[in-house]
Design a protein around this ligand. Structure first.
Ligand code: AKG
Ligand code: FE2
Length: 237
């Protein structure tokens, strides 16, 4: 028996991930199991993360004043091509972007259901004692003029066990009926936090002890960005 169109639609939206928390602003899912995480961590041992430069780890030449405050960051990062180096994690991250897009349909989909987006190099971030990303920020701006303003979906993959560090909370400004409130989002090792890159204000508080490690992965839609379209994005800002 064939499913009715409505049932089929519902089934196709069914998550393949265990959803641990879902709000209008962000979602937390279980993304990697312990074995997969170990494989990824073994690969990342070869990396030598270096102090992040502002803005957005580039040369610090942002044309956008909103990003000046990003300088309030102290962490070590390394950028790499995860598709080439760790294909199974790349596949998973792409599925996570799709999962996010099922909740916030921001990225267009072609006739075969493929997301019409590209992916930035992946950021591996390491925060030791005293380090942080204290600056409240969003990862892209609809009206921004920089290459990274093409970011549409953010995936933060937590690599560290809870007991590996204290402090280092991922905090976000979430909508409540009357105003936005700051919430600390609880993440276990292997969890992924998904949110629309141009919407969620967030930061990482200071690590008090131990080491906190994440991967941050962004899906881009270059057509949504002034930078990539010569000032004529096809999506209103
Ligand atoms: O490390 C994290 O948890 C998030 C880092 C972040 O917000 C960023 O790199 O834009
Ligand atoms: Fe961020």
């Amino acid at each position: 028996m064939t499913a009715s169109p409505v049932r089929r639609r519902l089934r196709s939206k069914k998550s393949e991930f265990k959803i641990k928390e879902r709000t209008g602003d962000y979602i937390v899912v279980q993304a990697l199991d312990a074995k997969e995480l170990q494989l990824l961590l073994a690969h990342l041992k070869r990396k030598r993360p270096r102090p992040a430069k502002m803005k957005n780890e580039g040369a610090g030449d942002s044309d956008d004043e909103r990003k000046a405050r990003y300088a309030d960051r102290d962490s070590c990062i390394s950028w790499f091509n995860i598709e080439a180096e760790c294909p199974f994690v790349h596949q998973r991250l792409k599925k996570l972007v799709r999962e996010g897009n099922n909740h916030w349909p921001i990225i267009k989909v072609d006739g075969r259901g493929e997301l019409l987006c590209t992916y930035e190099d992946t950021q591996y971030a390491v925060y030791g004692p005293g380090q942080h990303f204290n600056a409240w920020h969003q990862d892209a701006f609809a009206k921004g003029n920089d290459p990274e303003d093409a970011r549409q979906m953010t995936v933060v993959l937590m690599l560290s066990e809870r007991g590996a560090y204290t402090g280092g909370e991922f905090q976000a400004k979430v909508k409540m009926p009357i105003r936005k409130v700051t919430r600390s989002i609880s993440l276990d090792a292997g969890d992924a936090l998904l949110f629309p890159a141009k919407r969620l204000m967030h930061r990482v508080s200071k690590v008090k002890s131990g080491t906190r490690k994440t991967l941050v992965f962004w899906a881009l839609d270059k057509k949504s960005s002034r930078y990539h379209t010569g000032g004529k994005p096809d999506i209103p800002g």
